[in-house]
Design a protein around this ligand. Structure first.
Ligand code: GLN
Length: 192
């Protein structure tokens, strides 16, 4: 039995928990989900999810609770992390916003809200490296990735702007892979 940690200081948690469980089942794994609001649990997890929400708030709460350093150690140990939307912003190495203390899990810089505001939210059928069929990607006040370091693989782009990346054990998406029934991206990040 695997333990999946979903960071739950703020943002969408239940949808990710469901997507992880579905992906685990498809890959013949059994996964127990822990929602994490304080320090002490991250080190016991086998995989970790950093959801979307509001990156300035998530960043502040992670630091206040002392979860930030646990996530850094978790990723440095080579365990799998999926960071989505605001989670990607927090996981980046530069959010160009002093209110976001980045965790430097991915050598990328991001542009917050680069696709516009809430009304500019959109869905796109996205070709993702590693998936055979396009993925239904939901973008909500999404960031773009505007520079990547050599160790970062770009898995998907929209209009030449990277929106899904992988650096070894850490995956980042600027969209919300948990908001449809399609759990292939969670599968790719955690179980393949
Ligand atoms: N725009 C938000 C931020 O900068 C992210 C939005 C999201 O996670 N859907 O934190």
């Amino acid at each position: 039995m695997l333990t999946a940690g979903v960071i739950a200081v703020q943002g969408d948690v239940a949808e990710h928990a469901a997507a992880i469980e579905r992906a685990a089942e498809r890959h013949g794994e059994v996964c127990r989900v822990e929602t994490i609001r304080s320090s002490g649990t991250v080190p016991d997890c086998d995989l970790l999810l950093l959801p979307g929400g509001e990156s300035t708030t998530i960043s502040r709460l992670l630091a206040e609770e002392g979860i930030d350093e646990e996530i850094e150690a978790f990723a440095a140990a080579g365990k799998p992390v999926l960071a989505t939307c605001a989670g990607l912003i927090v996981a980046s190495s530069d959010a160009k916003d002093d209110r976001v203390e980045t965790l430097d899990l991915l050598d990328v810089s991001v542009d917050r809200n680069a696709f516009g505001r809430q009304k500019d939210s959109f869905e796109a059928a996205l070709d993702v490296t590693g998936l055979t069929e396009p993925f239904p990607a939901v973008f909500i006040r999404a960031p773009t990735i505007d520079s990547v370091d050599g160790g970062v693989e770009i898995l998907a782009s929209v209009e030449d702007r990277p929106v899904a990346v992988r650096q070894d054990n850490v995956f980042g998406t600027s969209f919300h892979p948990e908001l449809t029934d399609d759990s292939r991206l969670h599968g790719l990040a955690f179980f393949q």
